[in-house]
Ligand binder design. Structure first.
Ligand SMILES: [Zn+2]
Length: 1013
């Protein structure tokens, strides 16, 4: 037989495009359109509905950036359409090539009931089926003119990302505004041909099935009268029925599809717009669930449910009903799909506490899966947190974005730093916006790396971010692939159903140990420094507020601010969303975040101040108390308590050196700051050990050009290191000495920026404090602070949640080399047996560690560099411009326990309060420094019980006693949600009024302590 394959394939494409798809709506009449544009921010629905309309025509421009217009369409269904299906087609000026990221609408009936969303690939509104004829149509559309930020020339700087700079040029032109007849038979034919045509393209040319499909398609095309598609569509469909009925082969890959819309809680739009995006998409999805009995939809992020509840109660009522029916499925159990690299131990725990509790309270649902399709890497601390939250599975898709190395598994056990293993799935469809294209389904089956031993994968299906979620076309295509020869099978299944099947079929999956590092978006550890500082400051203040308010409540009977802390926590958790904390949102989002963090800090400072004053007694008492919120004692003040402190003796000195610069001494360290203001030497007096590598100087600021190939705020590409400028020019260098400290102040200028650094030694502290103030006005530059250390080691430790993890200092493998920028929380630690050094940081997360071997003595220099600032121009063209303050410290002679202690210290300054009390005894005390208290708070159930979370911080085993300053009645191990839990692997026993703890490396334990009354 002659090979006419490409001829038939080309014929299919043209006939579908030019004849069959247009015939879905064979007849139409125009609607009358009126518009009212809200003068500023969005208005309440009633106001929008009532506002007077001005006429507007198709082709007219509307929509200043970020504006909201209320559009009314009216019309009459022609009598001739009686008995047919009629829809309104409302095209706000969509670019259908982009599923979201542009204008959107929410359709209301005249009484204010929301109907569904309008999105680029979802422009229809069902009017009647069958229509009576003569019916009046009146619909209102709340249309949001969200500007396109990331378009066909991506990553170009734009001022559109903030309403303050976006201008008022209309962004869209009204396109089709019609009433039309919907021909369902033609619509079904389109789906038949798409499914079979797309499947055909994926099948081997040598295989019979491909040719069988080709011949069936050819017969269907022959059956169509191109002048009467609507009259012949049924005949064409009957030609395809046979090939559509052929069942899948028994070994076919099995895809669990779940309706989904990945809606970023803020990104290229502000938070307030996400509230509306979620409402539109959810209105679409509850409507689709009513139309399609097999369809299931899932939505993560408790915050997004809470927004609908607050702002669109009518939509929320539909959500609640669909959740109760088991068809709208809350996914995951977090407040938002947060970043996981940067949130602190407690914040990461609270993401699950607040997410799971919301689903439990609202729906009685507790999920077993963590749902983080898009998050930029996963820390080694996360598995234990997931397990302690009462979950056991993880889904993410993001690691498929890694630039260099292909992850070897799609389904596996992920083992964290403490040994907890979590059953994890990476959907091999490689997208969280599956649209049921044949190419996607075939890719999932081909790509699945666990073939032969496993056969299930998951496909999150639908358009996110303003795309409106799953479309009826996707549902129609999934139905055809339910059991179709040549295709993977597709079934709508809940995430839990998928995980149960996947786990059951794969009893011994492969294991991946340690972090799931994303080899991309590494600069999200640095971009938008003020957002990151706001987060870290809030986390620290929340620790203090919970500690001191608990203490004041149990000691003095002060009211515990349950509601206020709950609200503040949820705000902090929201801002850990994976485009806010990482710094990858538009200027508007980060400008608002800075203001929000400032307001939270004000509230928390007030709570802390009031609680401490209650504990210290009347200020008129005149006795100064030092409060210590850190988990370790500090200059005779117990951890979690307060005491008066004698001022240390004047042992610090700053001596000018004849060759320029200064020598600082405090009896513990001798620090040489040279004439260029760089640290030439740091000697630990007790051991005589030099910290700085010979021939190098520490605290060297280095400036790199930083223009990644794409994703400016997200990415730093490896070639940035090829060019570097050392900032050694000095404007001024001065020394200063007080009774308890000695410091050197260095001022520099470079480019359009200035920097002032203060290096300080304090009495009794084996630590160099480094305060940096940068007035930053650079463009596309990366600022690092380098510490070349005389340490020979193959690995270094970086703090993460509830412990630390090790990364290599070398680049032996492509996996090691790809980690050229990584995350730490409060410390990085390096050591040789017997001697180590820690670098601690108050608010930065990005860093890199490299090694060189010196020519002159053959020794190894290990250089740690903290990442301070970047200056990308997309999506915020003025990222990080302005004044910034950082605090770091260098701690020579530090063991890992010292690194932990100094890490807490740098974020939790001593607070001095004047009162009458001599001391404030801590509520709880632990007698082993490796057992670190990460939270002291009152139980969320308001029982008055005290919740104390403790973890082993050294990476070894620790045994100790936890004692209380109140009569202890009982101690119950709990999960993160403060429910009794028997999953603790270590020992927790109560004896003699104290709790004996024996914890394994990095193990965390949550205790509910009750007092004897
Ligand atoms: Zn995302």
């Amino acid at each position: 037989m002659h090979d006419d394959r490409t001829l038939v394939e080309s014929r299919l494409k043209r006939v579908l495009d030019e004849r069959i798809r247009p015939a879905v709506y064979p007849e139409s009449v125009p609607l009358e359109v009126g518009i009212w544009t809200a003068p500023g921010e969005p208005v309440p629905v009633a106001e929008g509905l009532a506002a007077p309309r001005a006429p507007i025509a198709v082709g007219d421009a509307w929509g200043a950036p970020w504006g909201t217009s209320w559009i009314t369409v009216t019309g009459t269904v022609p009598e001739a359409w009686a008995g047919r299906t009629v829809e309104a087609l409302i095209d706000l000026g969509f670019d259908a090539n982009m599923p979201g990221f542009q204008c959107e609408g929410l359709v209301y009936r005249p009484d204010g009931t929301p109907v569904k969303g309008l999105n680029p690939q979802n422009q229809w509104v069902r009017i009647a089926a069958p229509a009576a004829g003569g019916e009046q149509v009146l619909l209102h559309v709340e249309a949001a003119a969200n500007p396109v930020i990331l378009d066909y020339h991506p990553f170009l700087p734009t001022e559109l990302g903030d309403k303050e700079t976006a201008g008022d040029r209309p962004q869209y032109k009204l396109a089709r505004m019609d009433l039309a007849v919907f021909d369902e038979t033609v619509w079904q034919l389109v789906l038949d041909l798409e499914v079979l045509g797309e499947l055909m393209a994926e099948l081997p040319v040598e295989g019979a099935r491909r040719w069988q499909l080709l011949r069936a398609i050819e017969r269907a095309l022959d059956a169509i009268d191109l002048q009467d598609v609507n009259g012949t569509a049924a005949q064409a469909r009957s030609e395809l029925a046979g090939v559509l009925a052929a069942p899948a082969v028994p070994s076919a890959h099995r895809i669990s599809a779940i309706g989904h819309a990945h809606i970023d809680s803020a990104w290229l739009w502000p938070l307030r717009e996400t509230v509306r995006k979620v409402a539109r998409t959810t209105a679409n999805m509850t409507a689709l669930l009513e139309d399609e009995p097999d369809f299931l939809y899932t939505m993560s992020q408790a915050q997004q449910f809470a927004w609908i509840k607050e702002h669109r109660p009518e939509v929320y009522a539909r959500v609640r009903k669909a959740v109760a029916e088991g068809r709208f499925v809350p996914a995951g159990g977090m407040w938002v799909e947060s970043d996981t690299n940067m949130p602190s131990s407690e914040a990461m725990a609270r993401q699950f506490v607040h997410g799971k509790r919301f689903f439990l309270d609202e729906f009685g649902v507790e999920n077993q899966e963590a749902w983080l399709p898009d998050t930029f890497g996963f820390t080694g601390g996360l598995p234990q947190i997931i397990r302690n939250a009462g979950s056991k599975w993880l889904l993410t898709q993001k690691i498929s974005w890694s630039q260099v190395n292909r992850f070897p598994h799609h389904t596996f056990l992920w083992e964290g730093i403490d040994g907890t293993r979590i059953f994890t799935h990476f959907p091999p469809v490689d997208t969280y916006n599956c649209s049921m294209k044949g190419s996607e389904i075939a890719h999932a089956a081909r790509n699945f790396k666990d073939k032969g031993v496993a056969r299930h994968s998951l496909a999150p299906t639908g358009w996110g971010d303003g795309g409106g979620g799953t479309t009826r076309e996707m549902v129609g295509k999934a139905a055809r692939m339910n059991d179709l020869e040549g295709s993977a099978t597709v079934r709508w299944e809940k995430p839990a159903e998928f995980f149960a099947k996947a786990e059951a079929e794969y009893p011994n999956p492969p294991v991946w140990v340690g972090e799931l590092y994303l080899e991309l978006h590494r600069a999200t550890l640095t971009s938008q420094a003020k957002t990151k500082q706001g987060n870290r400051r809030s986390e620290n203040l929340l620790r203090e507020a919970e500690l001191w308010c608990s203490t004041a409540t149990l000691r003095n009977g002060a009211a515990y601010p349950y509601e206020q802390l709950d609200r503040i926590w949820k705000t902090v958790l929201l801002h850990q969303f994976h485009d806010i904390l990482p710094g990858s949102s538009i200027a508007w989002v980060h400008r608002e975040a800075e203001a929000t963090y400032a307001a939270l800090a004000g509230e928390l400072e007030e709570l802390i101040g009031a609680a401490q004053q209650a504990l210290a007694g009347e200020a008129s008492g005149g006795r100064e108390l030092v409060f210590n919120a850190a988990p370790h004692p500090r200059s005779s003040v117990p951890a979690g308590g307060a005491a008066s402190v004698a001022v240390a003796g004047p042992v610090c000195e700053a001596v000018e050196r004849p060759e320029g610069g200064f020598t600082l001494r405090n009896g513990l360290l001798e620090v040489v700051v040279d004439a260029e203001g760089l640290i030439a030497s740091v000697v630990e007096v007790a051991s005589g050990r030099e910290t700085v590598a010979p021939g190098s100087r520490a605290n060297l600021l280095q400036l790199h050009p930083d223009f990644p190939n794409m994703w400016d705020a997200w990415d730093v590409d490896q070639f940035y290191r090829n060019t570097v400028t050392d900032l050694t020019g000095v404007d001024a260098i001065t020394a200063d000495r007080a009774a308890d400290r000695a410091s050197v102040r260095i001022a520099r200028s470079f480019g359009s920026s200035t920097v002032v650094q203060t290096l300080t030694l304090r009495a009794g502290e084996q630590r160099v404090d480094i305060d940096t103030e940068v007035d930053w006005h650079e463009t596309e530059k990366f600022l690092k602070a380098a510490f070349p250390l005389d340490v020979h080691t193959e690995r270094y430790a970086a703090e993460t949640q509830f412990g630390h993890l090790y990364r290599p200092t070398h680049t032996n493998t492509s996996w090691d080399a790809a980690k050229f920028e990584a995350c730490n929380h409060r410390f990085v630690h390096l050591d040789e047996p017997g001697w180590g050094v820690a670098l601690v940081t108050a608010s930065t997360y990005g860093h890199d560690v490299t090694r060189t071997v010196r020519d002159h003595d053959g020794g190894t220099t290990t250089t740690v560099r903290f990442s301070l600032l970047r200056a990308p121009r997309f999506p915020d063209p003025k990222t990080d411009q302005g004044l910034h303050r950082f605090r770091h410290a260098l701690v020579p002679g530090a063991a890992i326990g010292d690194a932990v202690r100094e890490g807490y210290r740098i974020g939790l300054p001593e607070r001095r309060v004047t009162g009458t009390a001599e001391r404030v005894a801590p509520l709880v005390a632990v007698d082993d420094d490796a057992l670190v208290v990460s939270a002291v708070k009152l139980a969320d159930d308001r029982s008055g019980d005290l919740i104390v979370r403790v973890y082993e911080a050294g990476g070894g085993r620790a045994t100790g006693r936890l004692t209380t300053s109140f009569p202890l009645a009982g101690a119950v191990p709990c999960d993160l949600l403060e429910r009794p839990w028997d999953g603790t692997r270590g020992e927790v026993t109560v004896a003699d009024g104290a709790v004996r703890l024996a914890l394994r490396p990095f193990e965390l334990v949550t205790l509910r302590l009750s007092a004897t009354v």
